[in-house]
Ligand binder design. Structure first.
Ligand code: ADP
Ligand code: MG
Length: 141
């Protein structure tokens, strides 16, 4: 499925709908260059899960866990990961295969541990269509 958005709000609202429909054990991969809207997407998704607080990309840790929504929410941003062993230290399996929902920004950097049934979402710009244009490609497992 391909969706086009023309503002951050539109991306947020689309992700919010997915958050409202999210099921336990779901893993969602988010890929796209810096500034394409992975964190905006994650914020909308978190809102859809009923998470109230601010959701930003974790700066000094790879994962941030939110427990105050409809389901536990594990937000990974692996942009700064050095080695896959860092994921082991975090206990990624308990997140990916647990009862919560996992979102992974920059999932392309850790292909070896992404479950087969993960939902893959790619965000792309196309400056010819405007500065705020984003193409969002969703590939369900
Ligand atoms: P990433 O996490 O992919 O590096 P961010 O979500 O942090 O990107 O930043 C995306 C930036 O692009 C934000 O400043 C946001 O306001 C802007 N933006 C402009 N148009 C859109 C759009 N259609 N969807 C999402 N973000 C957009
Ligand atoms: Mg980000």
């Amino acid at each position: 499925m391909i969706l086009e958005t023309f503002s951050p709000q539109e991306t947020f609202e689309f992700a919010k709908k997915l958050g409202q429909e999210a099921k336990p054990g779901q893993v969602i991969c988010l890929d796209g260059d810096l500034g394409t809207g992975k964190t905006v997407f994650t914020q909308g998704f978190a809102a859809g899960l009923g998470i109230d607080g601010p959701v930003n990309s974790p700066t000094f840790t790879i994962v941030q866990i939110y427990e105050d929504g409809r389901l536990p929410f594990y937000h990974f941003d692996v942009y700064r990961i050095g080695d896959i062993s860092e994921m082991d230290e975090i206990g990624w399996e308990d997140c990916f295969y647990g009862e919560g929902v996992t979102m992974v920004e920059w999932a392309v950097l850790i292909p070896e541990i992404i479950p087969e049934n993960a939902v893959r979402i790619k965000l792309e710009k196309d400056l010819q269509k405007g500065f705020d244009y984003r193409k969002i490609t969703v590939s369900e497992a």
